[in-house]
Design a binder for this molecule. Structure first.
Ligand code: FAD
Length: 275
């Protein structure tokens, strides 16, 4: 398992209490020896300082950290500043994204797509950063067509990305087909599968609607049938997601990226079943 790219994602905590809780969570997850921890970034200035503070904390604890960086709403100057700050903290990894503007937030900024951000990072900082970008096996919600989305993904990789992490999904075939098409188009870089543990029915349905991930009917119906029985939801979720991960790894996925939602239990349970 250690040969795989195994990473864990957090969001920056908003309170001192959240920061403390995340330190405890991180200490537990560090025992799984992930390659790095990544930290999300809010478009429009919502969590930018939080992202920096959290990656600096992670580095201080001796782990590798990858801040996410979204360009929507940003300017060349503002992104250049952020890149310089990360360099000054000896951060060598980035997850480069377009991001989504919060509703009511007007200015679109100087970058339109993540491919433009990747180009800019390479032009400004050469090979300093290992850059990962987002991939959508079930198609990005704003894409004109699956073919168009794949072409855009390929453009983004060719702009200078080293690897990709997918949006989460529960249909392994969507992932395998996406990887096959990308490889046929000449993309040899790793496309790591994003994994969302299942611990909460309503939260999963809400997230999935927002980001265009499909929760298959049989999974939705089973989750609904458990009602408030959280123990059954978690046990079922653990089985389903572990089996998905097993299939992905057996089918050649180069790694797994866990959307931990700042919780240690579900990611740890899945991981322990896999090793
Ligand atoms: P792009 O790659 O720019 O694609 C966006 C859309 O534009 C797609 O529909 C694409 O097909 C289309 N497109 C791309 N290029 C062109 C072109 N040249 N012409 C026409 N259309 C084009 N969001 C955050 O705000 N913060 C985070 O920290 C964050 N982390 C994420 C991590 C991962 C691993 C993933 C999968 C997503 C993450 N997101 C995050 C969500 C992401 O920002 C959204 O999904 C966003 O809508 C798209 O970002 P992108 O980088 O994939 O955009």
């Amino acid at each position: 398992m250690s040969a795989h790219n195994f990473s864990i994602e957090f969001f920056p905590p908003k309170t001192a209490e959240g920061t403390e809780k995340l330190r405890v969570t991180r200490a537990k997850l560090a025992e799984l020896k992930p390659k790095y921890f990544s930290v999300t970034f809010g478009a429009g200035g919502t969590t930018q300082q939080g992202t920096l503070d959290t990656v600096v904390d992670i580095r201080r604890e001796g782990y590798d950290a990858a801040p996410h960086l979204s360009c929507v709403g940003g300017t060349r100057d503002s992104i250049r500043d952020i890149l310089q700050q990360y360099k000054a903290h000896d951060i060598r990894r980035l997850v480069a994204l377009r991001g989504d503007l919060p509703s009511g937030y007007g200015a679109a900024g100087e970058f339109r797509y993540a491919s433009e951000l990747v180009e800019f990072i390479r032009a400004e900082t050469g090979d300093w950063f290992h850059i990962e970008v987002a991939a959508y096996p079930e198609v990005h919600p704003q894409a004109r067509s699956p073919q168009d989305d794949l072409q855009n993904f390929i453009r983004k990789m060719k702009a200078g990305a080293n690897a990709a992490i997918t949006q989460y999904f529960y249909n392994a075939d969507a992932y395998f087909q996406f990887v096959e098409l990308a490889q046929k188009a000449g993309i040899a870089s790793p496309i790591v599968a994003g994994v969302m543990p299942i611990t909460n029915h309503t939260q999963l349905v809400r997230f999935s609607e927002m980001c265009g991930a499909e929760v298959p009917r049989w999974i939705r119906l089973k989750l609904a049938s458990y009602g408030d029985d959280t123990a059954s939801i978690k046990a079922f979720g653990l089985d389903v997601v572990t089996q998905l991960c097993e299939r992905l790894l057996a089918g050649g996925a180069p790694g797994l990226h866990f959307y931990s939602l700042n919780q240690a239990v579900a990611t740890t349970a899945i991981w322990q079943r896999l090793v």
